[in-house]
Design a protein around this ligand. Structure first.
Ligand code: ZN
Length: 160
């Protein structure tokens, strides 16, 4: 396993469409392991393959630090409700912005053995699912921000 370099906003790889995974090869398995390691090292909630420079439809999410979720070729099936809140991205370090997202999301995805499964999430998990799926189509949350980007450090001061 290895920590991969996280690409930052301005890197053109973050604005490209990702390709579906058709077969789980040893390289894909290594990529998945590295994505989880990179996510935990960066203390993030989610990471999409293009953020480490790979244009494949693979996402890792962990909203608690103890609940790793792998989504291969994820497809949004259903959303409902609305939540407004600050969101950040490992590719936009130190910044946050207010983004309205669905409060519920359901995805169809494949696991590391290419078995299909459904995942439902609410609140932070729904936000993370929508945020990470956007990455696979070349979109960053900054396109959806209502108001200015703020420094994440200032935000946590406010909440204390
Ligand atoms: Zn992101």
């Amino acid at each position: 396993m290895a920590i991969r370099k996280i690409r930052e906003m301005g890197d053109p790889v973050l604005n490209k469409q990702c390709k579906e995974v058709t077969e789980i090869t040893p390289r894909i398995r290594d990529l998945i392991d590295d994505m989880f390691e990179t996510l935990y090292e960066a203390e993030g909630v989610g990471l999409a393959a293009p953020q480490v420079g790979i244009l494949k439809r693979i996402v890792v999410i962990d909203v608690t630090g103890e609940d790793p979720i792998l989504l291969i070729n994820p497809k949004l099936m259903e959303t409902s409700g609305e939540q407004e809140g600050y969101e950040g991205c490992l590719s936009v370090p130190g910044k946050s912005g207010k983004v309205t997202r669905p409060n519920y999301a359901k995805v169809l995805a494949y696991d590391e053995n290419m078995n299909a499964f459904e995942l439902e999430g609410t609140e932070l998990l729904a936000r993370a699912i929508c945020h990470e799926l956007d990455h696979l189509d070349g979109h960053l949350y900054v396109e959806k921000v209502d108001g200015p980007l703020v420094n994440t450090a200032d935000l946590s001061d406010e909440e204390d």
